[in-house]
Structures are given as C-alpha cells and as structure tokens.
Ligand binder design. Sequence first.
Ligand code: ADP
Length: 535
Amino acid sequence: MFIPAYLAAHMFLDWISFIHAVSPINITPWNPPAGLMMGMSVLLGIRAVPLIWLALMAADLIVRDLPVALWTPLVANGVAAVGYGGAGGLLRRAIDPGLSRLRDIVLLLGGSAAAVLGIGLCFIALHTAAGLFEWRNFPEVLLRYWTGEVIGIAVLTPMVLIGRHMPALRRSWRGAAEALVWGALIGFTLWLDFGPLASSQYEHFYLLFLPAIGIAVRHGLGGAVLASVATQIGLIAAIQATGVDTARMAHFQLLMLTLAVTILPLGAVVSERRRAEDRLRMRQSDLAHASRLIEAGEMAAALAHELNQPLAAAMGYARAARKVARIEGASPRLTEILDKTVTQAERADRVIRSLRDFVRKGASDRTPLPVPTLIADCLTLAGPLASRHAVEIATEIDPALPPIDGNAVQLQQAILNLVRNAAEAMGDGATGAAPVQPTSDRRRIVLFAGAAPQPGFVAIGVRDSGPGLAEVVERNLFAPFVTTKPTGMGLGLSIVRTIVEGHGGSLTARSGTDGGTVFQFTIPVHTTDKDGEPA
Ligand code: ADP
C-alpha cells in the first residue's frame, strides 16, 4: 500500500510542477518531488533508493515525454536515486528526523544543497552527453536544476518529516479563523505582487515575507513549514494566472529559496525556545514542589525537636499513671484510658520522627553529578530571582572537579536558598544590618565551586557583598525559625544544613574578605560504588 501511494504522490507532484519547464530539459521552477525524495531518504536511508528510482522512471515515462533514448533516464535516474538515498542515509545519522533543533534544519538544508549539487553535476552531464543540452549551457542548466530541487526540498521535506506533529489548525474555531486570516494575508500580498498595482512580477516579493515570518513566529517550525508550502502554492497559482516570464524564472526561484531558508530556521528557533521555556517551567514547578516538601520536612524536624521533651515527659507520666492505677487497683475503665493515652503519645512520636526522616531519605537517592551541570542548572533556575532583585550572578568553577555524589533536586534547592538569601541581603536590607547601597558593582553574587580542604570533598558556595550576618542570626546559626525578615520563616538555612548533612557534608558561614557573607558547604566526591564498579 505504501509503495503505490508513494509512487502516486511522486507522479502527482511531478505533474503539478511540470508547468513551463525551461526548454526541453524538464527543469521546472520548483521541483516538489525532490522534497518527497529527500524526506523518504532521511526516513528510510539507503533503502529508499529502489523506490526513488522507480518513481523517477514512472514520472519520466508517464508524466513527461522524454526526447532521449531510454538508457539516459535509466542511468541518470539511477545516479539521482543513489545520490538521494546516500545523502538521506548520512543525514539521518546526523539529525533528528523530528527536526527538533535549529541545527537539524541547518544540516538538512545545507546537506541537501551540497548533495543536490553533486547529483546535478552527474545528472546534467549525462543529459548533455545524450545531446539534450549544449555544453556551453551547462552552468546555467545546472543552476536551474539545483535551485528547483533545493526549493522543492526546502518547502516539502520538512513537511514530510514533521507532518505528523504539525501544530497549526487545531480543531477549534479560533484555529480555523486564524488560518483563514493568514491565508487571506498571503493572498493579499500575492495580489500586491502580481496584481494591477505591481509594474512587474516579483516587484513586491518582499511583502510575502511578512505573513510567512508572522506565522513562523507564532507557530514555530510547524507554522514555518505550512507557511512556506502555502506561499509556494500561492506563487505557482499566481504565476499561472498572470503568465510566466521565463526570463525571470531564475530570479523567482532564488526569491522563493530565500524565503524558505529564512523562515524555516526562524521557526526552528521559535520552537526550540518554546520547548526550553516549557522545560524551565516544568523544572521550576518541580523545584517549588520539592521545596514545599522539604520545608514541610524541616518544619516537622523543628517541631519534633521542640515537642520531643514535652512529649517524652507526657509519655513517662502516662506510663507511671498506668502503673500506679494497676498497683492501686483502679477501675478497669481508668486503666484502659491510660493504655490508650500511652499508645496515642507513642504514635504522635512516630509520626513526627517519620516526617523528619523524609528529608534525610531524599539525600539517599543519589547519582554522580557533574558540578558544572549542577551550577548551570541553578543559574538557569535562579534567572527570574536575579532579575527580580537586579543582581548579577557570576560563577567561579574549577574545571577539573570530579563529579559529586548527590541528589540533584535537593542540591539545587540548597544552592538556590543561599542565592536567594544573598540576593535579598543585597536587595532590601531586611537582614537586620545596615542596607547596602545598590550600586551596580556591589550587586554581584558569586557562585563558586572548588576542591575542599578535606580530601574526597568538593566545596560549593555563594559569596555576596551584602551587609553581613545580623548578630541574632550569627548566635543561632542554622537554627530553624531564626529570621530578620518581616515575612521570613527562618527555615532556609536550616534546610540547607539538613540537605548538606544528609549528604555527609557540612555547612559553614563566614564574613567575606571585603565585606558580605560567604556560605559554603562540602559534598563528597563520587567514588566507585559498593560493588566495586567504576563510577
Ligand atoms: P529566611 O530567609 O526566611 O529569613 P533563612 O534561614 O534562609 O530564613 O535565613 C535566616 C536569616 O539569616 C535571614 O533572615 C537573614 O537575616 C540571615 N541571612 C541569611 N543569608 C544571609 C546573607 N547572605 N547575608 C546576610 N544575612 C543573611
């Protein structure tokens, strides 16, 4: 089913584009079958060769009326099929067929352009040798062939490759209305270019860039692909309606090629950026979730600490009361109530302990983490925070650091807490110390990582140029619920300490050499695991 469908699609595209071929050479202003062939080659690799050859032969015999002996198309189409299949085979190793990144589009267009040049050299040489063209026309014919094929590829191959993931035309009234508006805009710009207002064809071609760029910016790569297909079809229709100026055909080809190679990378950049934003949003919400859990754990830990004494005392008294009741022969009802009191007090103790363990358990979910990756992730996540407080975050990372053994989300959380504190210390002075003058050179936070003095550990820290620690904080360093901020909970630093100690490291704070504060913690380096497997 697939083979006849492919052959039919190829012949249909050949037939609709076989209008006003330039001289006897079957070279059309755009060659959409080339887009289909390259698409198939990228999807199937070298396996596409027989199929492509069959389609080219069928098109030559059925759609076109070749004025040469059969051996010429047999050989020339063989060369073209092998060229396409080979190029597609190489490209599919280098790119993601979903064209998810800008480099995929650039490689596809660049690789195809180079491949078509090679194929064209052989293809046109064979036809020239067969007497179809004169050798003196070789460069011109080659250029026409190359441009037509590359336009076909630029317009259609991305459609073949990402057709399944096409975003636009969502089944909604708004989507349909938007598609209509864009279609009307393309039609209007074509009318300006070809209608009575234009003194010659393509005079106002630049106007066609406007809707195409608009669609690419709004809908990313999928939109760009649809826009270039729609523009190309509109152009062919307009040329048909107004009559072809053969002398200017090369000009038209180059304009269309320019449009396609402008908007496709633009669309790819827009799509790539959207995906990056989505990823960042997801990670920020993961982090916020983790942060809430850790805060809950820390709160529980603090409560456990505070409630431990009274709870233990209450439990002791209840047990003693039960004993006394038994010895003194109190009523069974009273003994039963005292039993229940002891059971409930023990249960409360267990609940609080298990909440506290929650944070520590997270730290046991560890993987080898490259420090530069951890810091880069933190920088991305701290972006909104830095701009909110108008601070700049610089990094100082020793490039030779080995990977550390850690839980990425928890360590990100720890570093972000320190960065947030530093930014707030420099920003609004809510630290109990004198606020810092917000001059630009003082609003700098340094996120650093290097070898720790203790062997087998890496030191990671945050240095700021804020006012330093308030006395009350210094006296109760890292204790929960100590804060100088009006809306602070005083849990940030104690969370950092819990996370760091859960990893087997330690957290310290000191004054910076030229003012400000330095918070630094250590994390063990990743070593061979328990089975002796290398890291
Ligand atoms: P919170 O931020 O909710 O107050 P933290 O435990 O994170 O809780 O911080 C406790 C206190 O430590 C803060 O209120 C602040 O006074 C002080 N502090 C933390 N980091 C810094 C810093 N980089 N510079 C000055 N003071 C700081």
